[in-house]
Design a binder for this molecule. Structure first.
Ligand code: IPE
Ligand code: IPE
Ligand code: MG
Length: 240
């Protein structure tokens, strides 16, 4: 695709990304192409999510963030599809709880948790507490919206008595407080937009758009993306 600077693994000189975020898009279309219900695409997508997180850890990526469900998905999609996604999430939570003792992975959830039952919400917090001192980090954005996150952050600061806020204040009130911004945000599924993902945190993230539908996404593509990233020059507004 012309939007990305290299199509192979030729640029290998630069620094590898510390934090990669994935907008895991295309599950529904992947299923439709096979004459299957959208839910089937989410089942496949959940498997690929597990594999890709594992792979990123294996190759030394410190932080991975995945967009699993947006606030808009939750509000606008049929209940049956949302329930299927939330069931897959619960399955993942169970697996993460089981694996936590033997895995060097900190798991964090970002998003509005009010949709979860007290039992699930408590299990999410417990897993976060249990894994908080691990080396690598996974952020799962679930019922997440960038605008909602910013509004919640501002309201939190107002409630704490702030009359005006700095960028540093705002950062402490985001769901991602304490987590470095993504170096690169990858979106599968051929759409070139952010869809309300990490609006604040993406200010200087590199962007990578790929046609591959998420259930077809592979480790090989992660390698290509990292090679492409290494060939990019980040300036943050400075001159050469
Ligand atoms: C991404 O795939 C997963 C979620 C939004 C939950 P989609 O379900 O958006 O799949 P497409 O974009 O319709 O193919
Ligand atoms: C973004 O994909 C959300 C997730 C991948 C979880 P969408 O499929 O919801 O985005 P739009 O609606 O095409 O912008
Ligand atoms: Mg989509």
């Amino acid at each position: 695709m012309a939007v990305n600077k290299t199509d192979g693994a030729e640029c290998t000189g630069g620094t590898a990304p510390r934090h990669i975020a994935f907008i895991m898009d295309g599950n529904g279309r992947w299923a439709k192409k096979r004459g299957m219900p959208r839910e089937y695409g989410h089942v496949q997508g959940a498997k690929v999510f597990r594999r890709i997180v594992e792979y990123c850890g294996d190759i030394g990526i410190e932080i991975v963030t995945v967009y699993a469900l947006s606030t808009e998905n939750y509000a606008k999609r049929p209940k049956s599809e949302i329930n299927a996604i939330l069931n897959l999430f619960e399955e993942y939570l169970g697996d993460a709880e089981r694996d936590a003792p033997s895995r060097d992975l900190r798991v964090c959830f970002i998003g509005d948790r009010s949709i979860f039952s007290p039992d699930i919400a408590e299990r999410m917090s417990a897993l976060e507490r249990m894994t908080q001192n691990r080396g690598k980090r996974l952020n799962v954005a679930i019922n997440y919206g960038g605008r909602a996150e910013l509004v919640a952050a501002v309201n939190k600061l107002i409630a704490a008595g702030k009359k005006s806020v700095t960028e540093a204040d705002l950062e402490t009130a985001l769901y991602t407080a304490g987590c470095p911004d993504p170096d690169i945000i990858v979106r599968t599924g051929a759409e070139m937009r952010m869809s309300n993902f990490l609006l604040w945190q993406s200010a200087y993230s590199e962007l990578y758009f790929i046609d591959t539908l998420w259930p077809d996404f592979s480790e090989r593509e992660v390698d290509k993306i990292i090679a492409d990233y290494k060939g990019r020059k980040r300036r943050y507004g400075a001159a050469e």
